[in-house]
Design a protein around this ligand. Structure first.
Ligand code: BEZ
Ligand code: FE
Length: 297
């Protein structure tokens, strides 16, 4: 409880009676799951209102906030997902739906920047498609929890460019810094991407205002997104993060897990690359990410 004035037993009884009346209003719902969810939602919502003794001005401000979130939302911008992200709700849904399973790789938040029809690349191909940034050689394996290779797993990868923008945030319709690749006959994969850089989540709307009011940064820790699927296995949505990134402890959407922090090794432009690619004197990096999929179901 917050440090508000205690209420009389008569007042408490009135408030409790309202809760029971509202909860009972769902008794006739034909869908048992919907009934369960709505009853619980009402109990928790009322508990929150009573806990903080919410004022009418505060409730009106909350309605105005949600209205503004609705107005800024369209096909390209989803303010309600951002709200869910910064409240940690997205990560809690990920946690509830991706129960720890032996040594399976941990999942993290999906984010709003995945695109379903990204181009396919061959082993050793370049998923940057001209996006600006330092080249990064990414390699690893896809295995089951017993260590057996998973052949032909579909590996979707996507990331922001060095200016902190995904391709879909540009208005020229480009496709860049995203692709998919299939694990080879040994369950391995390798490709060129970009060394991840930090970027802010969209913060020019109500969610950004909320972050500012509470003194929180919109910055995400540097990361490279993966979605890995194969028949018979639980689809893994995750990212890898950069060890040493100072934003690891303050990621705006609570997506960082220690097991997903990887060593991105820096290399001078004069060093030979793993596949002999000419990086024209640019510095480059490399990282290894071995993926373990849990069985489906
Ligand atoms: C992302 O990682 O792409 C992301 C996640 C949550 C909110 C905004 C962006
Ligand atoms: Fe991202």
């Amino acid at each position: 409880m917050t440090d508000t004035q205690p209420i009389s037993s008569e007042q408490a009884a009135r408030e409790q009676e309202l809760i029971e009346t509202v909860v009972a209003s769902f008794d006739g719902a034909p869908d048992e799951r919907l009934k369960q969810v709505m009853r619980s939602l009402v109990r928790h919502l009322h508990a929150f209102i009573r806990d903080v003794r919410l004022t009418e001005e505060e409730w009106n401000a909350a309605i105005a906030f949600l209205t503004a979130a609705g107005h800024i939302t369209d096909n390209r911008r989803q303010e309600f997902i951002l709200l869910s992200d910064v409240l940690g709700a997205s990560m809690q849904v990920v946690a509830v739906n991706n129960e720890a399973y032996e040594n399976a790789t941990e999942a993290t938040v999906f984010g709003p920047f995945f695109v379903g029809d990204a181009p396919v690349i061959d082993q050793g191909g370049d998923m940057s498609f001209g996006a600006v940034g330092e080249p990064c050689w990414v390699e690893g394996s896809v295995r089951d929890t017993a260590g057996r290779p998973i052949v032909g797993a579909r590996i979707e990868v996507w990331e922001a460019d060095e200016d902190g923008f995904y391709d879909v945030q540009y208005s020229d319709g480009r496709t860049a810094a995203r692709a998919h690749i299939f694990s080879d006959a040994d369950g391995d994969y390798r490709f060129w991407g970009l060394t991840p850089t930090p970027y802010p989540i969209p913060h020019d709307g109500p969610v950004g205002q909320l972050l500012e009011l509470v003194g929180r940064s919109p910055m995400r820790a540097s990361h490279l997104h993966f979605m890995v699927s194969a028949p018979g296995f639980r689809t893994l949505v995750t990212h890898i993060f950069v060890r040493g990134d100072e934003l690891l402890a303050s990621d705006s959407v609570f997506g960082v897990k220690e097991s997903l922090v990887m060593d991105f090794r820096p290399h001078a432009g004069t060093e030979a690359t793993p596949d002999g690619r000419d990086v024209a004197g640019s510095t480059w990096s490399d990282v290894r990410f071995d993926i373990v999929l849990a069985p489906a179901g």
